[in-house]
Design a protein around this ligand. Structure first.
Ligand code: F6P
Length: 326
C-alpha cells in the first residue's frame, strides 16, 4: 500500500447536527496535510454512481454552524450487495481515491467493514448520529444538539401542561435506543421515561400517575422513545386514558426537528476534533476503524468491534430520574 494522496469524504445514514462541521474538519485537515480531497454525494449511493467532486478549503466555508449535510445523505440498499460494492470500488479507483472518511452511524460502519474486508481499502469512520448508541466514543456528533432541541421543546410544553393541568406524552427519536429519552427526560424533569431498554408496563405507568396525583401533581410530562416497549406515544396515551380517564392527555411527537438546527458548541468541537483525528489516523497508516473520544482521549475502534453491539444505556440515569420525579 503506497502513500495516501487523495482522500474522499462522505456522509451516510440519518443526518445529524454537526455533520457539516465534521466535513469541514476532514477537508481542511486533509488539505493542511497536503492531501487532495473529494466529496462523495449521497453516501454509498453516490459512491456507486460516481457522484464525486473535488473539494477545496473554500468549498467548506460557513458550514460549521449549519445543520444537515452539504454532501447529502442516503441509506443505500445497493451497497449491501456485492455487485454494488464492486461498482463503488471501481468508482473510487477511477477517481484516484486512496482512502475514505465516512461520517455516520452503525449502518455506515457495517458497510465500511464489509467494504474493507473485500477490498482492503483504507476507511476511517466518524461517529455522527443523534442516537448516541455507538461503542467506542463517549458521545456521537449530533446527540448534544438533539438533546437541547428536545429540552427546549419540553420546557415549552410544560408551560401549557401546567396551565391546563394536563398530562403530556412527548415522543422522541430512538428506534432501538433510549439515550435521547433518558438524557432529555432527566434534564426536563419527566415523571416517567419509556425506553426500549426498560420494560415499564401501562399498569406501572398508571400506578406512577396515581401516586403523582396523590402527591398533588396536577400536570406531568412522560417522555416516550419511539421504540419503547409499550408502544408509541399515541398508543400509550390512549391506553393510559382508558385506565385513568380523569387525566386530560395530549401527545406531541417531536420527530425530525431533533435532527436539524445549528449544532451546539459541544457538537461543533467534537466534530472538529474527530475530523482532524480521522485524517491523522489515515496518515499514520490506520486503515480500519471509527475514531472516538473516550475519557478525553482520541481512540480508534476497529469497525468489527464498533458494530459488534449497541452501546448499553446506563440504567443509573433512569434511576435518578425516578427518584427526582416524586
Ligand atoms: O438513527 C437516527 C434516527 O433519527 C433515529 O433516531 C430514528 O429512529 C431514525 O433515524 C429515523 O430515520 P428516518 O430518517 O428514516 O426517518
Amino acid at each position: 500500500m503506497g502513500r495516501i494522496r487523495k482522500v474522499a469524504v462522505l456522509t451516510s445514514g440519518g443526518d445529524a447536527p454537526g455533520m457539516n462541521a465534521a466535513i469541514r474538519a476532514v477537508v481542511r485537515s486533509a488539505i493542511y496535510n497536503d492531501l487532495q480531497v473529494a466529496g462523495i454525494y449521497r453516501g454509498f449511493e453516490g459512491m456507486i454512481e460516481g457522484d464525486i467532486e473535488p473539494l477545496t478549503a473554500r468549498s467548506v466555508n460557513h458550514i460549521l454552524q449549519r445543520g444537515g449535510t452539504v454532501l447529502k445523505s442516503a441509506r443505500s440498499k445497493d451497497f449491501k450487495t456485492k455487485s454494488g460494492r464492486a461498482k463503488a470500488h471501481e468508482k473510487l479507483k477511477s477517481n484516484g481515491i486512496d482512502a475514505v472518511v465516512a461520517i455516520g452511524g452503525d449502518g455506515t460502519f457495517a458497510g465500511a467493514k464489509q467494504f474493507n474486508a473485500e477490498f482492503d481499502f483504507p476507511f476511517i469512520g466518524i461517529p455522527c448520529t443523534i442516537d448516541n448508541d455507538l461503542i467506542g466514543t463517549d458521545n456521537t456528533i449530533g446527540f448534544d444538539t438533539a438533546l437541547n432541541t428536545v429540552i427546549d421543546a419540553v420546557d415549552k410544553i410544560r408551560d401549557t401542561a401546567a396551565s391546563h393541568n394536563r398530562l403530556f406524552f412527548v415522543e422522541v427519536m430512538g428506534r432501538d435506543a433510549g439515550f435521547i429519552a433518558a438524557h432529555a427526560g432527566l434534564a426536563s424533569g419527566a415523571l416517567a421515561i419509556l425506553v426500549p431498554e426498560r420494560n415499564m408496563t401501562i399498569d406501572d405507568l398508571v400506578e406512577r400517575l396515581r401516586e403523582a396525583r396523590r402527591h398533588n401533581k396536577t400536570s406531568s410530562i412522560v417522555i416516550v422513545a419511539e421504540g419503547g416497549k409499550s408502544g408509541n406515544a399515541t398508543e400509550i396515551a390512549h391506553k393510559v386514558h382508558e385506565q385513568a380517564p380523569y387525566y386530560e392527555t395530549k401527545v406531541t411527537i417531536l420527530g425530525h426537528i431533533q435532527r436539524g438546527g445549528p449544532p451546539t458548541c459541544f457538537d461543533r468541537n467534537l466534530a472538529s476534533r474527530l475530523g482532524v483525528a480521522a485524517i491523522e489516523k489515515l496518515l499514520k497508516g490506520e486503515r480500519d476503524g471509527m475514531v472516538g473520544i473516550v475519557n478525553q482521549k482520541i481512540i480508534l475502534t476497529p469497525f468489527a468491534e464498533a458494530t459488534s453491539d449497541k452501546l448499553i444505556l446506563d440504567p443509573e440515569l433512569l434511576r435518578i430520574a425516578d427518584i427526582l420525579s416524586i
